[in-house]
Ligand binder design. Structure first.
Ligand SMILES: Cc1cc2nc3c(=O)[nH]c(=O)nc-3n(C[C@H](O)[C@H](O)[C@H](O)COP(=O)(O)OP(=O)(O)OC[C@H]3O[C@@H](n4cnc5c(N)ncnc54)[C@H](O)[C@@H]3O)c2cc1C
Ligand SMILES: NC(=O)c1ccc[n+]([C@@H]2O[C@H](COP(=O)([O-])OP(=O)(O)OC[C@H]3O[C@@H](n4cnc5c(N)ncnc54)[C@H](O)[C@@H]3O)[C@@H](O)[C@H]2O)c1
Length: 451
């Protein structure tokens, strides 16, 4: 007979979104159960954003040092993975121990339960032998796992996902990466800069296919300059592992690598959650939500599971909306027009809102402006490492999308996100003063070319 406990809210999954929602609700005085079966904090701090950006930082340091000749003298660069692996263990992940994060949650008044949660009915969640009955409701924040494509021979081989790639203390001599999205490209550049022979196999016609075609071109050029082989428009038909991996592609060619990293997208963790007991489809790719993050009666969903964009800032944003709704505080509902994202290769590729194609498909009077970063004063001064561009997409008298690729591309995009979020008229942007000689002054140049 299960032990039954009455509470206010159960949060399933204490990753980025769940920890934010649960912590805030507990701090507001609700009786909150937070359930996590792995590590509190989720993918971002342990196998995602934080450790991978430490890797990117290390790779960028090597690249900058290699740019010294011609700019500032001579340099000899000897890459060593040991400090990167150490920093990931000691500073990012506490060796994959979440004590600090658990204390952070309980310090706000949340009740932490380590285990796997299953929904058993409206407002009801079971963890082990305990059934929780949540009077206010349940927040589903179970995130995503790496999607493993059904490639002949792949299952059962010791392939890497992002988790093994982050945890590695020893670099392979060669690496095949399946998938040229953000994960594939970020890892490819880092590992290549540390001397690994990297091959990306991307099924679609271009890497970073979700972004502007110009972003894909810049990414392909800089990855090639770092020694990465990029194969696009080919899928792998089979994988064989013996000493290393041999991947056969559907054009009959093969690529080989000591290791194989699968970076072909993510799958929402919804399957074994018991969603059918509350009238939701466990086979759905993502959970449909309204603008208050409600997925059903007394059920909220936040973060990667909603499919609005697998980003930490999205999980935090949606958690905030759900918290306000549960607490009856009102405020603005979800608005995804100004969703920013940054692919952390060098140059960083920042983007916000719609691509040119998405804007044209949506109809309206679409105009586009663009400037190459090397044509701006700051890009010229910067010299080596100044690859990139700024592209702005307008519909009517407002911006609806933008891309900022370049050094600090991820910082530049902030200005354009404000313009889109705040619906700033183009005439107001045109009269703005942009500091000289900054990279972001190129935004003013790009706006002048709108046509
Ligand atoms: C390699 C990589 C790099 C990334 N880099 C960036 C970046 O630079 N910037 C950025 O914005 N985003 C980045 N992301 C994406 C970011 O990590 C995710 O968007 C974010 O973690 C989503 O948060 P979440 O709360 O939705 O899910 P998660 O962080 O995945 O958390 C979900 C939690 O739920 C738990 N859980 C699942 N099912 C159950 C259950 N039944 N019972 C109990 N617990 C359960 C899981 O163990 C997990 O801890 C990256 C992702 C990867 C993989
Ligand atoms: N900097 C960041 O914010 C950051 C970094 C990493 C990840 N993320 C998040 O994680 C998500 C997942 O990243 P991702 O790169 O795995 O997914 P993705 O969907 O962005 O890219 C996956 C790529 O794999 C390709 N692909 C799929 N099946 C394939 C196959 N069998 N063979 C070859 N190619 C195949 C797809 O065409 C696609 O281009 C991203 O969408 C992003 O939201 C964000």
């Amino acid at each position: 007979m299960a032990d039954v406990r009455n509470v206010d809210v159960v949060v399933i999954g204490l990753g980025v979104g769940g920890e934010e929602a649960g912590g805030r609700l507990a701090a507001a005085g609700l009786d909150v159960i937070g359930v996590e079966h792995r590590l509190v904090g989720g993918e971002c701090p342990y196998w995602g954003c934080i450790p991978t950006k430490m890797m990117v930082r290390a790779g960028s340091a090597l690249a900058e040092a290699r740019r010294i000749p011609g700019l500032a003298g001579d340099s000899t660069v000897t890459p060593d993975w040991a400090p990167v692996a150490r920093r990931i263990r000691e500073q990012a992940t506490d060796n994959w121990d979440d004590k600090v994060a658990v204390d952070r949650f309980t310090g706000k008044g949340g009740h932490f339960v380590r285990g796997t949660a299953t929904v058993t009915g409206p407002g009801r969640v079971r963890v082990g032998d305990v059934s929780y009955v949540a009077s206010r409701g349940v927040v589903v924040a179970t995130g995503t796992a790496a999607f493993i494509p059904p490639i002949d021979g792949l299952a059962g081989t010791p392939y890497w996902t992002n988790r093994e790639a982050v945890e590695t203390t020893v670099l392979p001599s060669s690496l095949v990466i399946l998938g040229g999205g953000a994960i594939g490209c970020e890892f490819a550049q880092v590992f290549a800069r540390f001397g690994v022979q990297v091959t990306i196999v991307e099924g679609s016609g271009r890497i970073l296919a979700m972004e502007e075609p110009e972003s894909s071109e810049v990414a392909a050029a800089v990855l090639a300059a770092d020694g990465v082989t990029v194969r696009t428009g080919v899928h792998s038909s089979s994988v064989v592992h013996s000493d290393g991996f041999t991947v056969t592609l559907d054009d009959g060619s093969t690529v080989t690598g000591e290791k194989l990293l699968v970076a072909t997208g993510r799958t929402a963790r919804l399957k074994d959650l018991g969603l059918e007991t509350i009238g939701l489809d466990p086979a759905a790719r993502f959970l449909d939500t309204d603008d208050r993050m409600r997925a059903g009666d007394k059920v909220w969903a936040v973060g990667d599971v909603t499919g609005h964009g697998a980003f930490t800032h999205m999980a935090m944003y949606e958690a905030d909306i759900a918290v306000r709704d549960i607490l009856g505080q009102g405020g603005p509902g979800a608005d995804y027009r100004a969703l920013p994202r940054v692919t952390f290769i060098d140059p960083e590729i920042g983007a916000v809102g719609l691509t040119e194609k998405q804007a044209r498909d949506a109809g309206g009077d679409v105009r586009v402006g663009q400037v190459q970063l090397s044509y701006t004063s700051r890009g010229f001064v910067h010299g080596p490492g100044n690859e990139g561009f700024i592209k702005v997409v307008a519909s009517g008298d407002r911006l609806v999308g933008a891309t900022t690729a370049g050094p600090a591309g991820g910082e530049m995009i902030g200005a354009l996100a404000v313009a889109i979020h705040g619906e700033v008229p183009l005439s107001t942007l045109a009269s703005q003063i942009w500091a000289y000689p900054t990279f972001h002054r190129g935004i003013g140049d790009a706006l002048k070319t709108l046509a």
